[in-house]
Write a protein that binds this ligand. Sequence first.
Ligand SMILES: C[S@@+](CC[C@H](N)C(=O)[O-])C[C@H]1O[C@@H](n2cnc3c(N)ncnc32)[C@H](O)[C@@H]1O
Length: 282
Amino acid sequence: MNASLHNEDFFKGINRLADRSIDVIISDPPYGLGKDYGNNSDHLHGADYVEFSRRWLDAVLPKLKDSGSLYVFLSWQNSPEVFSLFKTRMLMVNEIIWDRRVPSMGGSTRKFSSVHDNIGVFVKSKDYYFDLDSVRIPYDAETKKARTRSIFVGKKWLEMGYNPKDVWSVTRLHSQDPERANHPTQKPLEIVERMVLAGCPPGGHVLDPFMGSGTTAVAALMHGRSVTGFELNPDYFAEARRRVDALQPPAPASASASTLRKSRAAAAGRARAIAALPLPQD
Ligand SMILES: C[S@@+](CC[C@H](N)C(=O)[O-])C[C@H]1O[C@@H](n2cnc3c(N)ncnc32)[C@H](O)[C@@H]1O
C-alpha cells in the first residue's frame, strides 16, 4: 500500500493525480471558524466560505471514480449552504451527526452547548461502492440471546451485527488520549476508519485534501488502502508522517471487527516505516 503525502497546497498538487483514480475522498477542510492552523485557511466566512467549498469540490470531483464517494466534515454554521451546493453536483446519501459527547469547557450561557459536527456523504452515481458488512456493529450477548425465536435463527444481521446509525457517538480526543497528535482539530481514528472501510474497497485509493495530522492516512494504511494526502503546515505534515511511520503492517481485509480493533490498539505502539511515495503521475 502506498502513502503519497505532500507538504503542499492541495489546490496546486491535486492536478498531478489521475482523473477517476480515487475510490473515496475524506475531506476535513477548515470550518471557517477562525482557528489558527499556522495559515489563514480558517478565516473565510459566509459567501467566501461557500466559494472556497465550491473551489475544492471542483478540484477533487474529477479525481473520483464513478463508483466513488465523498465524506465531508463541516460544522452547523456552514453545512446548510455547503450541502445545498454539493447537492447540485452529487447525490447526497447521508448526513451523519458526529456527537463528540463532551462539550468544550466553559462556553456560552446564552444558547445550548454545541457538541456535534455535520458530516455529509455524497456519491457520484447510484452505483456507488458501500461495504456495510465491514462496519456492522455486533449485538451484545444479551440482545442475541433475546432473539432466539425461530424466525431469527441464522439471520445474517443477527450474527454480523447491525447497520451503524447516522448519529455517531464518539468522544472527542482529549489532550491525554494516547491517540492524540499535535493538531487542534484532529479527528478520532474510529470515525475515519468507518469511512475508509465502508467507502473504499480493499486495495483501493483514498484522498484527503486537508490532511492535518494524517488521521485519514493512518486509517487507510491500517486497512490495506493506498492514500494521497496534502497539508500546508509543515509541523502538521511532520506529525502525519510520524504517525504513518509508526504503523505496523496492515490488517488483512477479511479481518473481523475485533481483530481490527486489536490491530488499531497495537498500531499505536509498533514502529514500521512506510516510505512516502510520489504521486502516481509525479
Ligand atoms: C480541520 S484540519 C484537518 C484535521 C485532520 N482531519 C486530522 O485529523 O488531523 C484542516 C487542515 O487543512 C489544512 N489546510 C488548509 N488549507 C489547505 C490547503 N489549501 N492545502 C492543504 N492543506 C490545507 C490546515 O492547515 C489544517 O491542518
